[in-house]
Design a protein around this ligand. Sequence first.
Ligand code: NCD
Length: 308
Amino acid sequence: MFEHNNLLGLKYLSATEIKEILEQATYFKQLFNRPVKQVPTLRNKTIVSLFYENSTRTKGSFDMAIKMLGAGSLNFAVSNSSASKGETLVDTIKNLASMGVDGFIVRHSMAGVPELIANNVDVPVINAGDGFNEHPTQALLDMFTMIEQKGYIEGKKVTIIGDIKHSRVVRSNIWGLSKLGAEVTVCGPASLIPHGIEEMGCRVVHKVEDAIKDADFINVLRVQFERQRGNFFPSVREYYHEYGITSARLKAAKADVLIMHPGPMNRGVEISTEVADGPYNIILEQVRNGVAVRMAVLYLLLARRNEL
Ligand code: NCD
């Protein structure tokens, strides 16, 4: 039984708890093929989405998941809220909580903000990406997609290539995948690999060909230009040349390797269009599964409160 009040990161979940979420998501995914897709288990609940950073997929699929569970949502474009008038974040949250909302979904450019919010409200808080820290629902949907495609995760080789330093997706993936028994390799320019990342439970390889040759999955990450302070490689052209995932480069990979990307993609930077749209990509499957996984998280955190 899932006992947490919040989903702040996969760092805090056990393998059993991760599997419980993924099983619940499998159930919800079956609904997608039914004419009536809604399961109104969260009717009468109102969930606030607070996105202090831009988002397409994460925001869209949380909205979709909320709708499919029959809950209501309050969307705050933070630029329109009183945050722009100097109100502190905690005051904003406490005001919203006083209106009787049942849960918060939070994205923020600073690591730790979802946890700060969770410490100030007594309803569930879901981290939708905090700084360079974690993005737990992204890693959950990545793992869900891997299991859907290959049956299981234990012993699978997962290579994550790109801007490791500025990625919260990679951190949640390393926690989750290593707990489920995968072998995780990270790869990228030395300037974009944080010192000591191996201690989280992964291997670091700098040469792309070595990193991809045995991989069952290659998860390609965006170069996070907007989060970088400084020059981490000489030019975009050189990055593409050295690290871009192209068809030519994939000749070194296994014939049945699957290509993933959390989005948004920068075609011609970290991935070629041919690969992004090619036969091994499961990128839109990831997006589709994101809805089922987020339904599972919302259900496990909020529906039980119905029953109490
Ligand atoms: C990622 C994010 O915002 O952390 N995108 C996502 O949520 N699917 C990755 C990114 O911004 O590159």
